[in-house]
Ligand binder design. Structure first.
Ligand code: TXA
Ligand code: MG
Length: 326
């Protein structure tokens, strides 16, 4: 079993315990504002390898490297003016920037999958404090076994990885609930590699530029390696844009409109009764797990608006509903 240390009241102890584990090249599950991350020293190949091993990831994907602040990030990557202004505006926060690596960067190639770029973000809250105290960047994918739903509570992490890791830092439920937005600036243009916790509209408003979405797929980002179609997979079959509930299904509802057949649903789970996309994002992964735990054969999800955080929510739902590939 993993040791679980709450941040509340035991902040110093949590930081010290985490640094103890990180210093032995072992991963620590840490809270961020998006999802819980499985963090390890981004400059140490043994530490990074232990992330892949713990998650059971079949291959090496580039990992997001978490920094304490922009100043730390500039030690490892080269910032163009647009990326710098995005960092100044949205960090700390749920935004990842893909940037050229500095030639002498100490980030290990295992963390970038050998690319000449690195995905960097500065998380809010405890994770940022931990990185500052540790003094080195932390590579951290979501703290779940490969292909499973991302964890938004310490209990989710413990249930999934508890027998494989030493330490979970418990910061309570994640505020944002979906992973960071990933952007790449090239030749003065901003490309969306993954929709996430910062809505595209907020980026366009801050920069006055149009964010380019990947063509063809309608949703995210295949250029970003590791963006597999079936990625947030519950056991149950997921059915999107449902306007009725079929026998044997659990219902995940957005808003408070009555849904045909909901009286017979295996469970009725509410993303946000008032139709608030931020609340829905924060509840999304937890409710997918809960729906799955009912043992229902299927999960019906009502339509969710595709603007603001709805874009990230719909992206994750489409992955959860995608045909499973092993
Ligand atoms: O909110 C988040 O971003 C969470 C928390 C823990 O910070 N982390 C997260 O990491 O979602 P992960 O490993 O699940 O997502 C990493 C993804 C890769 O699959 C890839 O799509 C993209 O980030 N990525 C990372 N480095 C990249 C690079 N150099 N070029 C292109 N894409 C990159
Ligand atoms: Mg993940």
């Amino acid at each position: 079993m993993a040791r679980i240390i709450p941040i509340e009241g035991e902040r110093r102890e949590a930081v010290d315990a985490a640094i103890g584990v990180l210093s032995k090249a072992r991963p620590v599950a840490m809270p961020t504002e998006t999802v819980y991350g499985l963090a390890a020293d981004a400059t140490d190949p043994a530490a990074i390898a232990s992330i892949y091993e713990t998650k059971g990831r079949p291959r090496f994907n580039p990992l997001i490297c978490h920094m304490a602040d922009l100043e730390m990030a500039e030690r490892y990557a080269i910032f163009d003016p647009i990326s710098r202004s995005l960092a100044e505006r949205f960090w700390p926060g749920p935004l990842t920037l893909v940037l050229p690596l500095k030639p002498d960067s100490a980030i290990h190639p295992l963390a970038t999958a050998g690319l000449d770029t690195v995905g960097i973000r500065v998380p809010r809250g405890f994770a940022g404090e931990l990185i500052r105290a540790f003094g080195r960047p932390l590579a951290a994918p979501s703290a779940n076994s490969s292909g499973k739903i991302s964890p938004t509570t310490a209990q989710h992490v413990d249930a999934d990885l508890g027998d494989r890791i030493n330490l979970v830092i418990d910061g309570g439920p994640c505020q944002v609930g979906v992973e960071s937005t990933i952007l790449k600036v090239e030749d003065g243009r901003i490309r969306l590699l993954r929709p996430g916790g910062v809505p595209v509209e907020a980026i366009e408003e801050a920069t006055g530029l149009v964010v380019e979405r990947p063509k063809g797929t309608g949703t995210a980002a295949i250029e970003a390696p590791g963006m597999l179609a079936s990625h947030y997979a519950p056991n149950a079959h997921v059915r999107l844009d449902a306007i009725s509930v079929m026998p044997g299904e659990a219902l995940i509802r957005f808003g408070s409109q009555p849904v045909d057949g909901m009286g017979q649903a295996a469970a009725v789970l509410e993303l946000s009764p008032t139709g608030d996309l931020g609340e829905a994002a924060a509840n999304l992964f937890g409710l997918l797990k809960k729906a799955d735990q009912t043992g229902a054969a299927g999960i019906a999800v009502t339509p969710i608006p595709d603007h603001g955080l709805g874009e990230a929510i719909n992206d994750r739902l489409q992955r959860a509903a995608a045909p499973r590939n092993v």
